[in-house]
Write a protein that binds this ligand. Structure first.
Ligand code: URA
Length: 240
């Protein structure tokens, strides 16, 4: 175990003195909990330390994983309800990795996991507008008017959504399958957008994230990204 500010300094975040200030400012979390008192000790091998919501680590080697997240699995690393976690699927991964953004408990599909805090931060920062594509099964047959509202932007309680690419993929009895591409990543955004235009989502799957696609990976399967894919991801968020 070592002192939190020492660990932050060793991970290259800042000096120990400045680390103490950052702790007092409430910018440091250990295992999802904000720590503001001095004297906290962490285990560098098992505790997840985040500064401004970005994971920090001593790891030199960076690991990049793509998982096809099943439904009914949480993306948080510590779940008080002890539900199945995305990291439970990474059987042969010995390095600690963190999900890039979140998928809801019931949402399935492409989830990236990495220990590259800077890349994760950029990929989820609205400034870089990295596109994410979802297949959403919504109740009933959607009207052209509702489709256009989704495309132009919908007023949600946290503001209007940015223009989105929206396409009708399939009509079946009692539902429509939509493809939506958004460049923001607000909490439960796709579900809230569809709900706001009167078509609640009954199933949701992410099929792409920036330049990466899910392809034909089975639910619960994971793979390491290729060098080429890592490069293309970095390019998508101007990380050189
Ligand atoms: N939008 C949602 O509503 N849920 C997700 O999990 C991802 C995007």
């Amino acid at each position: 175990m070592e002192r939190l500010q020492k660990f932050m300094a060793r991970a290259g975040v800042t000096s120990r003195r400045r680390a103490e200030e950052m702790i007092r400012e409430g910018r440091v979390k250990v295992n999802d909990e904000i720590i503001q008192e001095m004297g906290c000790k962490v285990d560098p091998d098992t505790d997840v330390v985040m500064v401004d919501n970005r994971p920090i680590s001593l790891n030199k080697e960076k690991v990049y994983i793509l998982l096809n997240k099943p439904s009914k699995v949480v993306t948080t690393l510590h779940d008080p309800q002890k539900r199945v976690k995305v990291t439970d699927f990474l059987k042969d991964v010995t390095t600690r990795v963190y999900p890039v953004g979140r998928l809801d408990y019931l949402t399935e599909g492409l989830l990236l996991l990495t220990n590259d805090g800077e890349l994760a931060f950029r990929l989820t920062h609205p400034k870089f507008k990295v596109p994410k594509t979802y297949l959403a099964k919504v109740k009933n047959h959607i009207t052209e008017e509702a489709l256009n509202r989704l495309r132009k932007g919908v007023m949600l309680e946290d503001g209007k959504t940015m223009p989105a690419f929206v396409k009708k993929r399939k009509l079946a009895q009692g539902f429509t399958l939509l493809e939506l591409t958004i460049r923001e990543g607000r909490n439960r955004q796709v579900r809230r957008m569809c709900e706001a235009v009167g078509y609640p989502v009954v199933a949701l799957k992410r099929i792409s994230f920036g330049p990466l696609s899910l392809g034909d990976m089975e639910s619960g399967q994971y793979r390491f990204l290729t060098e080429k894919e890592i490069k293309s991801l970095k390019k998508a968020c101007q990380f050189h």
